[in-house]
Design a binder for this molecule. Structure first.
Ligand code: CA
Length: 238
């Protein structure tokens, strides 16, 4: 449920800018491109909004009343929970020294006013793409096999592999430590859990299913059976 909701959720952009006309222009264009937009009109408002509900990206104007955009950026970078928050700074000043200062305090990108909405949206997309370490961590790859842990999809050399839940967990465990040999008992503990009683030969059954799903007619078998020891994922086998 939570997973399905997360993939459906629009990326949330917080626009921090005191010029109402510019906020409305950005809101209109970003919403049209499928983003969810909220706005803050000054620094304090922005810091409160981020505290209450962290956006996926901040569009932060340099020139703001009370606390400057630069200062907000600096403050956000000091806090552990906003250290990685993607920030694009806007400024009327197009000078190189300003750009450098903006990036020095930790902005991910910098757009000088005036800018076209499409240019800004392209920057937003690029920064969001770069700033998704979780996406990279959710992918396991080995020997042409790609496991996407968040969408539960498996590909081998681009071909979709359909696995049952147990085979999925089994493959995941092996993919996390390729080359290492595991006994049936170790695999039972890791994949089925200690509290469930399962016979050791059940592992063989699921390894057989996993092989069948994973190996196409012309593929090498990347699961190595180690006699009297167990199994390992190994592309340099057989
Ligand atoms: Ca402003």
């Amino acid at each position: 449920m939570a997973d399905a909701g997360a993939t459906m959720t629009k990326p949330h952009i917080l626009v921090v800018e005191d010029e109402t006309a510019l906020v409305e222009m950005l809101r209109y264009n970003l919403e049209k491109e499928g983003f969810k937009v909220s706005a803050a009109i000054d620094g304090e408002d922005a810091l409160t909004a981020v505290d209450e509900h962290q956006p996926d990206l901040l569009i932060l104007d340099w020139m703001l009343p009370l606390v400057s955009g630069l200062e907000i950026c600096r403050q956000l970078r000091r806090k552990p929970d906003t250290r990685e928050l993607p920030i694009i700074m806007l400024t009327a000043r197009g000078e190189e020294s300003d750009r450098v200062r903006g990036l020095e305090v930790g902005a991910d990108d910098y757009v000088a006013k005036p800018f076209s909405p499409s240019e800004l949206i392209a920057r937003v997309r690029a920064v969001l793409r770069r700033s998704k370490p979780s996406t990279a961590a959710d992918l396991l790859t080995y020997a042409g096999v790609v496991m996407d842990l968040s969408s539960h999809r498996v590909l081998r050399d681009g071909r979709a592999v359909h696995l049952g839940p147990t085979e999925f967990r089994l493959l995941r465990f092996l993919m996390e430590r390729p080359g290492r040999v595991y006994s049936r008992e170790q695999l039972l503990d890791a994949v089925w859990g200690r509290e469930i009683y399962v016979e050791a030969r059940t592992v063989d059954v699921h390894i057989r299913r996993l092989r069948k799903a994973l190996n196409g007619p012309n593929d090498t078998d990347i699961i190595r059976t180690v006699r009297s020891a167990g199994y390992a994922l190994d592309e340099l086998t057989q």
